[in-house]
Design a protein around this ligand. Sequence first.
Ligand SMILES: O=C(O)CC[C@@H](O)C(=O)O
Ligand SMILES: [Zn+2]
Length: 569
Amino acid sequence: MMIHSWRRSGDFIRSACKSLSSFRQKHNSMSPSVSDLGFVNRYESKGKTFESNAGKGRNTELLDHHHHHHHPCLGGRNMWTMQQYKSFGSSSASKVQRNPLFSSLEPKDVSYFKEILGEKHVVEDEERLETANTDWMHKYRGSSKLMLLPKNTEEVSQILKYCDSRSLAVVPQGGNTGLVGGSVPVFDEVIINVGLMNKVLSFDEVSGVLVCEAGCILENLAAFLDTKGFVMPLDLGAKGSCHIGGNVSTNAGGLRLIRYGSLHGTVLGLEAVTANGNVLDMLGTLRKDNTGYDLKHLFIGSEGSLGIVTKVSILTQPKMSSVNLAFIACKDFLSCQKLLVEAKRNLGEILSAFEFLDNNSMDLVLNHLDGVRNPVSSSENFYILIETTGSGETYDREKLEAFLLKSLEQGLVSDGVIAQDINQASSFWRIREGITEALQKAGACYKYDLSLPVEEIYNIVNDLRGRLDGLANVMGYGHLGDGNLHLNISAAEYNDKLLGLIEPYVYEWTSKHRGSISAEHGLGVMKANEIFYSKSPETVALMVSLKKLLDPKGILNPYKVLPHSFFSP
Ligand SMILES: O=C(O)CC[C@@H](O)C(=O)O
Ligand SMILES: [Zn+2]
């Protein structure tokens, strides 16, 4: 059994920061104008055809959406009420209408599900449904009357086959920790929660390949692997409740992506059930397999819109004996940026995390979470967490210490401390991982999850801060090592004026710098309509074709991922 070794090291002595030479600023080309978007979509299902158009001249909704983004556009059949709009705090979500081609749940449906699943796996209890209908931030709320708890792939298949034949929409749900409204119903979709499918099926200690069911909780898998001397290639703040199936379906990134890469690399295979109940066995365990199209990738990150992931095989890594974590203060963002470049160069293969938070994020955590304190003695503008993971205890520690001392001398770092034991390390991680929880406690929160060139990443925070001029608290933090910024705007309550200042500004800014409007959280219902900021019309058209092929009636997690016009005939 291997143990973590958190080594004592000399604390850093604060030193005056030296000025730094500027990094060359990159100039990015403009993205195509939104009015160039041409997109027509015919959506056929068993004799019925409906058309949804988005783009030049045909459909005004998408264009209207871009040009008058915060326009509530309320009224009419199936439209949400103003109350709902306010509580959702998202102009995008307010656009969606229930697809009238979907059936409503009838008593005969409930009877059928009870027959195939057993009474206790068909949930009609109001309290449990309330929880399942509501997302973790309490921002998105559906009105589903039914949650199903299948115990195996065969049951998932039977459920989907039936729902498809009855035109009943469904939402696959795991730990319900998503942040973009992707894991809860928008209207009355039947919730399929795979939480009972939580078995480890096999673990090969030679290859390190773990095969398990989709409902396994990430932390439980990590604990299982720990007993075998292995680690999951994925780690994130929600690990105590999120499911591996949900992680795969959303292509979750997390804290160790810089080391182990994305799930597109570490998921070696999976099993998924498509809308008609077809079970696709792609549960390979091979590193290399070039036999035609690698279709598993369609189910990684498609947010349950093409099928329900029921099993996963994932490549895990041997657990290393030496883990070190440093908590560092930096006076400006340019220093953070330079420190990242230096960390990659100096720490190389032992670097396993490079995370950052700004002063506003730190203050938020200190104000809203109990028992948290700033590990460095004085307040600074930025904080960085650098983790190393390796097999050479002395080597790793000396490497990290030498690197930090050098950075201190160069003026890149103004203060820092290396965790002396595992408790101290946990308390450092608590600060970074606790930001989302602190934001939830602070009140209303507009969340953005952006990929941007590292050189540009903090400019959007500054620009937005200037634009909001004290109206709300703007925070920047995230996976700096992966170019992923979590931009969060916290306010006492959701309000249209504030939202109008934030959107589409943030999306346009991101698109202009050729970033992505969703780095790792997905599009969900929140950003489904914004897909064109990051994908070309031709690409979205192909996505729509794939959706129609795998889910002709569109019953799988509707109103998510693809533009809302697709779901509103
Ligand atoms: O709350 C957020 O926006 C980010 C959540 C999560 O992705 C994180 O990195 O902490
Ligand atoms: Zn994140």
